[in-house]
Design a protein around this ligand. Structure first.
Ligand code: MRU
Length: 348
């Protein structure tokens, strides 16, 4: 990704440090957060300094590598097991996190060097898969396609390129002039803050819309295509993604609009039979009750936007059943969601 004319990855490892774009400040301030230990990287995942399925997968892999580098010879394996538990406890829904921890843990049991190499390899694979997803999704675009996305599944949600936004970037670079409807994605506003910022940086036409505007836009024929990302995909194709994705899938079915999920193989959980088995993260009330942003002088404030005495319920993800999904845009092409296709894709 290009920010202020410089190429960045969302997250990378330098020596024993993990560096990441601090997503908490965006779009108002751009800074790099440096984590010097696996505990700090785990904290950054929990507090969403780094977020998005692929990016937290890479972060979790780097955190395991940090744990291996810091673990003493005596009690090495116990330290690794403890680190793996700590990192896995940060966020329960995105499968990439668990996939990376297990892969780097296995490598770390061979040597510290193998742990670092595996974490770097996973981050590089993440970039390659996201670029390939762009190519797989490109044929869905013709001139001036109007696409709706939800949450942020762009550069920031992966190590680079992203998933749902990857075909959109390619379509734009091929002068197909896509237009993107960006759902704000309450409560945290990943669409309004992050996707809008990414599209602005890439010079792609877009409008941010309130989340509850989608049905009306679809009824007016103003949305040609929906593409979202995914946090975990079960064996039967049921898909967990940011809360509100299910609403969009139901509406797309009603209005006969194709609804695609873009995700790499590392997001498919072969041990999860269906959507009911996907753990859904419940996050803090403050995400619903408060909003943070700068005033006109640039001073940051957090203000209440909900009656402070009212109780809140804040599940971060919902599950879209596979029968509402037109196809998965993957690094190996587009696949129709059913158990057989998914199993073939994962064993390829
Ligand atoms: O809670 P987040 O911001 O980490 O949620 C992840 C997401 O941004 C979306 O659910 C996204 O579509 C999946 S990540 C490509």
């Amino acid at each position: 990704m290009i920010v202020n004319k410089k190429h960045y990855r969302t997250i990378w490892m330098e020596g024993t440090d993990v560096k990441m774009i601090n997503q908490l400040g965006l779009p108002f301030s751009f800074s790099i957060y440096t984590s010097t230990s696996y505990q700090q990287t785990a904290h950054a995942i929990r507090t969403m300094v780094v977020r998005g399925a692929g990016a937290i997968g890479a972060a979790a892999g780097f955190a395991m590598a940090q744990a291996a580098l810091a673990a003493p010879d005596s009690g090495y394996e116990t330290c690794l097991a403890q680190a793996s538990e700590t990192i896995k406890a940060t966020r329960p829904t995105a499968y990439d996190l668990f996939y990376s921890v297990d892969r780097v843990l296995k490598a770390a049991l061979k040597s510290r060097e193998e742990a670092v190499n595996e974490a770097q390899k996973l981050a590089n694979l993440n970039v390659q898969a996201a670029m390939a997803i762009g190519n797989s999704g490109l044929p869905l675009f013709s001139q001036n396609t109007r696409v709706l996305t939800h949450c942020n599944a762009g550069w920031l949600a992966f190590v680079d390129w992203g998933t749902a936004l990857s075909p959109i970037y390619l379509a734009s670079r091929q002068n197909l002039n896509p237009f993107v409807w960006v759902g704000e994605t309450r409560p945290r506003g990943q669409g309004a803050r992050l996707t809008a910022w990414e599209l602005h940086n890439e010079n792609i036409q877009h409008n941010v819309i309130a989340d509850n505007t989608v049905a009306s836009l679809m009824s007016q024929g103003k949305i040609d295509l929906v593409i979202t990302g995914a946090d975990r995909i079960a064996r039967n194709g049921d898909t967990a993604n940011k809360t509100g994705t299910l609403d969009r899938a139901i509406l797309a079915k009603h209005f006969n609009i194709p609804f695609y999920i873009a995700a790499p193989s590392s997001t498919f959980d072969p041990s999860c039979p269906d959507g009911q088995a996907i753990p859904i993260e419940a996050r803090g009330d403050d995400e619903v009750t408060h909003q943070t942003g700068p005033d006109s002088s640039g001073q940051t404030h957090t203000i209440a936007v909900v009656n402070t005495e009212s109780p809140v319920y804040n599940p971060s993800f919902d599950v879209t059943p596979s029968n509402l999904i037109t196809g998965f845009i993957t690094e190996q092409g587009i696949i129709t969601p059913n158990e057989q296709n998914i199993s073939q894709f994962l064993s390829a």
